[in-house]
Design a protein around this ligand. Structure first.
Ligand code: GLU
Length: 453
């Protein structure tokens, strides 16, 4: 792993000490720190104002009890979190994750990433994240609704269209956002559409928000590929995961002529040598809340299901050109990266947040594989959330085509920002460097302009 400059190493050590047992947060901070040394060297005013130290300390962290009653009448308790990390550029903005593994450290790493991602979109949104260790898997609609109502009964007092605007993430989709919005409306007696994004189309949601992260990811990858005169046409693609991001990455990659041969969930991998059937997969995942095993069973001989397998090992069986990790953090490690590189992968774009381990990310960098880090490549979701906020603020709703054009424009803008910055700092094509420095500079300048915040 690259060493940090002594001054930055000291700040990093302090972050580790002050946030003990939050390894994912340390990882996310270190990745940014590896890029930032050069900026601090050029602009001493950032160090003088302790910008990096301030950035690592959330403006506010809320941890709360979420009591709810299950279908058997038993009282259940979960823990809720909202980390309001940085509001220099706008109201805190970022999703809620409901998953049994969620801890404060998870929410902090996600919130930290979100600050830079949101800055990169060029929209006026700060960074935050929230969630709970609640597991929606296997819960009835009634249980999910009661949980969401209880969660919002505490969280509402911290939210507002000018304060903090949550959305979805893993385990939180249109159904959950609807229940959360309903409870917010009931408690506050305000139809404040802009307080949550990812809402259903009948309650102030935006067209394209469902597709946005996956589509945006593919647009970003397309821009990276174009720098080497490549495209998605006839490329073999692996997509990990099968949730919202994965689904619409598959759809857009297929529309651009790619052959997407596999995807996965936490139980296994589905491999269709002739290409995935998007509509069947979408139906099983979105309409039936099913698993990829159900998809494989219904696809019959066109599909092979491998319980418990590692998706990336498919690269050893068939040449893979493009990898789109869209499942979760640290799902692609150094070995997986090596395998992909040895077998000729040309581009990797992260649909999930921090899916590549540091070893994997460094391996892609060394091998000069086009590598789009999540904070740039998956920013289409939150960018379209900001478009939803715009529509809500003007009591308007835009057409699908207009909104998709805006998304495509924003993704092109993020690509230009990352590419230009990496060039300016002498490492053209290093999107990690470009994303970190460009995002950091925007937030740091806003913080300086506002005095000591
Ligand atoms: N959870 C998504 C992300 O990681 C979207 C956040 C949002 O729309 O606010 O960026």
């Amino acid at each position: 792993m690259p060493e940090l400059e002594p001054r930055i190493q000291k700040i990093y050590d302090q972050v580790v000490r002050r946030n003990i047992s939050e390894p994912e947060f340390h990882q996310a901070a270190r990745e940014v720190f590896e890029s930032i040394g050069r900026v601090i060297a050029k602009k001493p005013e950032y160090a003088e104002a302790s910008i990096l130290e301030r950035l690592c300390e959330p403006e506010r962290q809320i941890i709360f009890r979420v009591p709810w009653v299950d279908d058997k009448g038993r009282v259940r308790i979960n823990r809720g979190f909202r980390v309001e990390f940085n509001s220099a550029l706008g109201p805190y903005k970022g999703g809620l994750r409901f998953h049994p593994t969620v801890t404060l450290g998870t929410v902090k790493f996600l919130g930290f990433e979100q600050i830079f991602k949101n800055a990169l979109t060029g929209m006026p949104i700060g960074g935050g994240k929230g969630g709970s260790d609640f597991d929606p898997k296997g819960k009835s609609d009634g249980e999910v609704m009661r949980f969401c109502q209880s969660f919002m009964t505490e969280l509402y007092r911290h939210l507002g269209e000018y304060t903090d605007v949550p959305a979805g993430d893993i385990g939180v989709g249109g159904r959950e956002i609807g229940y959360l919005f309903g409870q917010y409306k009931r408690i506050t007696n305000r139809y404040e559409s802009g307080v949550l994004t990812g809402k259903g189309l009948g309650i102030g949601g935006s067209l394209v928000r469902t597709e946005a992260t996956g589509y945006g990811l593919v647009y970003f990858a397309q821009e990276m590929l174009a720098t080497r005169r490549e495209s998605f046409a006839d490329k073999k693609v692996l997509v990990s995961g099968s949730g919202n991001v994965a689904l619409y990455a598959i759809k857009k990659a297929q529309e651009l002529g790619a052959d997407v041969v596999a995807c996965s969930d936490s139980s296994g991998v589905v491999y269709d040598a002739g290409g995935l059937d998007f509509e069947l997969l979408r139906h099983i995942k979105e309409d039936e809340r099913g698993r990829v095993a159900d998809y494989a069973a219904r696809r019959g001989s066109a599909s092979v299901y491998r319980a418990g397998d590692n998706l990336w090992t498919i690269a050893a069986e068939t040449k893979i050109d493009i990898a789109l990790p869209c499942a979760t953090q640290n799902e692609l490690n150094g070995h997986d990266a090596k395998l992909l590189i040895e077998n000729g992968v040309i581009a990797v774009a992260e649909g999930a947040n921090m899916p590549s381990t540091p070893e994997a990310a460094h391996a892609f960098d060394e091998a000069k594989v086009l590598f789009g880090p999540g904070k740039a490549a998956n920013a289409g979701g939150v960018a379209t959330s900001a478009l939803e906020m715009q529509q809500n603020a003007s009591r308007d709703s835009w057409s699908f085509d207009y909104t998709e054009d805006r998304l495509a424009d924003i993704m092109r803008g993020i690509h230009v920002r990352c590419a230009d910055t990496s060039e300016q700092y002498g490492e053209p094509g290093n999107y990690v460097l470009g994303a970190n420095i460009s995002g950091f500079t925007q937030v740091a300048n806003a913080m300086l302009a506002m005095g000591l915040i």
